[in-house]
Write a protein that binds this ligand. Structure first.
Ligand SMILES: N[C@@H](CCC(=O)N[C@@H](CS)C(=O)NCC(=O)O)C(=O)O
Length: 213
């Protein structure tokens, strides 16, 4: 993962338009790095998106991966591409029944949970609801995760898989809305799981800041 300071959308290396703090971009970067794919990365500003990105993906969300004529502008597509193309796809190989669980969890995460998380994150914008009420709307998903983690370190078994990578950046955001509350909450297993992922070398690698001296 090599940060580039200047846009170069004509390169023949995989090129990722990214935003460091975006949970969708985090999961894409992690899949690319875990798959040992060399890529250039350009940190965008969400307030001033580069035309080079909007030209290839008019919906204007990150991450966007470009490789010659190929454009992938959904984080899950980028993850799939990375694991299929890269030389280390162990975390993508699941039993069919586990794949089904993975799909269900990811679609709950990206759907109803993400919606509830955004309302909790920006609770000031919803004066008709209290912060606690907005947080409570997120519990349904935390309960699913907590119960999956009762007997295993990760969501599927004791090894990290793409499903953990897909979901934990969003739970990390949930934690950070009110860390003191989260640290004392009943979600003990989720705390342990998050710690493993946040302290992993993989996560540290994808969270380095662009540094152009
Ligand atoms: N479904 C997309 C969602 C990506 C997304 O919503 N990214 C946010 C940043 S976290 C974004 O780019 N939002 C556009 C904006 O804020 O203008 C994916 O999985 O890649």
């Amino acid at each position: 993962m090599n940060y580039v300071e200047k846009l170069d959308s004509n390169t023949s290396r995989p090129y990722l338009f990214s935003y460091r703090r975006c949970p969708y971009a985090m999961r894409a970067r992690m899949a690319l790095v875990e798959s040992n794919i060399e890529f250039d990365i350009y940190e965008i500003s969400l307030r001033n998106k580069p035309n080079e990105m909007l030209t290839i993906s008019s919906k204007g969300t990150v991450p966007v991966l470009k490789l010659n004529k190929l454009v992938l502008d959904e984080s899950l597509e980028i993850m799939r591409w990375a694991y299929q193309k890269g030389d280390s796809n162990e975390s993508f190989l699941l039993e069919p029944k586990d794949k089904e669980i993975a799909n269900e969890l990811i679609s709950l995460n990206d759907g109803k949970f993400k919606e509830s998380l955004d309302r909790y994150k920006y609770f000031e914008r919803y004066p008709d609801k209290s912060k606690v009420e907005l947080r409570e709307n997120c519990y349904f998903f935390l309960e699913v995760l907590e119960s999956r983690l009762v007997n295993t370190d990760y969501l599927i078994g004791d090894k990290r898989t793409y499903i953990d990578i897909s979901i934990f950046p969003f739970i990390r955001q949930f934690m950070n809305v009110d860390k003191a509350w989260f640290d004392n909450s009943e979600y003990k297993k989720i705390r342990g799981w998050l710690k493993l992922l946040i302290e992993s070398d993989l996560f540290k690698k994808v969270m380095v800041k662009p540094n152009f001296g």
